[in-house]
Write a protein that binds this ligand. Structure first.
Ligand SMILES: C[S@@+](CC[C@H](N)C(=O)[O-])C[C@H]1O[C@@H](n2cnc3c(N)ncnc32)[C@H](O)[C@@H]1O
Length: 330
């Protein structure tokens, strides 16, 4: 242990599954890593601490505030970090621009940081009364207010049921249309409660606004498309390193809800298979070469001890894969 790792006092975010990430991602000293979701820099600090003085990290975050928060956490590592404002789907272009090559591993810790939820004033939480915004990057165009007040009812039903997995999507949409204009999270919460009832959280497993808020956040930030894109781009990027160095690079992803985890799981399953033919075909004709090896067939979850200490860890799921060098066609 060579550097201070506890978060500075004004940094609320506690990174999840830190030891599990380190054990599977950092398997040697030194090396170049990309943290595609820098946040408050907690995972970045832990990786640099484990990988030692010869390691470097390129940290990316689409929220410009995250770069300032992480600078505080990463004060002891300033010669080893490059911090970039951008989307993780742009990982290849960013690495190219900063001549960041020979990457040993990439980490994506999806979702929001505690500072975004509790301090950003951008309406991410149904527990606070704030403007209906939900943009991770305040310079991007689409806001939750625009969606709630201007999108067609059919589109609202589609996103609330698809991205929120909310079975009351039609009821909620009807009430939203009735109550328009809605400009704050408080008004939206009351609208949802009018539509589906406001049973206490003890009576329900979850607050009645949880799923609609998840749907809006995913839509505003185009989160699932970002995830699909980064999986493909990172595979391509890391297969180059695995090709040129003797060591295979690794990709670690922490997701927080089933839509994200399903995307990661099916990507890993597909890319690790040696045959992707339809099950109805009697023989394999696909000539598919596996491009990665899953290191976690089942996702790793937080211990009860970690959940007691950091309740946000309850829904975290970690999947890790080793990227194989590109094989010549079969
Ligand atoms: C859960 S936090 C990461 C916390 C970080 N691991 C730590 O230890 O402090 C997720 C971060 O990823 C960022 N983020 C989410 N989606 C992104 C994307 N598509 N591109 C870049 N950053 C993204 C968010 O702005 C947020 O700061």
């Amino acid at each position: 242990m060579r550097a201070r790792l506890e978060a500075p006092p004004n940094i609320l975010h506690q990174p999840v599954l830190v030891n599990e990430v380190l054990d599977l991602l950092v398997i040697k000293s030194g090396g170049n890593y990309v943290d595609g979701t820098l946040g408050a820099g907690g995972h970045t600090a832990a990786i640099l601490n484990r990988a030692g003085l010869n390691s470097r990290i390129l940290g990316i975050d689409r929220d410009p505030d995250a770069l300032n928060w992480s600078k505080k956490t990463l004060i002891d590592f300033k010669n080893q970090i490059t911090l970039v404002s951008g989307k993780f789907s742009e990982i290849a272009t960013i690495c190219d621009e900063y001549s960041f090559n020979n990457i040993s591993g990439v980490l994506l810790d999806l979702g929001l940081s505690s500072m975004q939820i509790e301090r950003s004033n951008r309406g991410f939480s149904f527990m606070r009364n704030e403007a209906l915004d939900m943009r991770m990057n305040p310079n991007s165009e689409l806001t939750a207010e625009e969606i709630i007040n201007n999108w067609e009812p059919a589109e609202l039903v589609r996103i609330i049921s698809t991205y929120g997995e909310e079975r009351n999507a039609k009821k909620i949409t009807r009430q939203i249309i009735k109550n328009r204009p809605i400009t704050t999270t408080g008004e939206l919460v009351r609208t949802i409660e009018t539509a589906v009832g406001s049973l206490s959280t003890k009576q329900r497993q979850k607050h009645p606004a949880t799923k609609t808020f998840q749907a809006l956040r995913i839509t505003v930030n185009d989160e699932l498309a970002e995830l699909k894109q980064v999986l493909h781009t990172t595979l391509e990027l890391l297969s180059k390193t695995s090709q040129t160095s003797g060591d295979n690079s690794r990709l670690a992803i922490i997701s927080f809800h089933s839509l994200e985890d399903r995307i990661v799981k099916s990507f890993f399953r597909y890319e690790s298979s040696s045959c992707v033919c339809s099950k109805r075909l009697p023989i394999c004709t696909c000539e598919h070469n596996p491009t990665l090896k899953e290191l976690t067939r089942k996702p790793i979850v937080a211990s009860q001890e970690e959940v007691n200490q950091n309740p946000r860890a309850r829904s975290a799921r970690l999947r890790v894969a080793e990227i194989l060098p590109k094989a010549s066609p079969k």
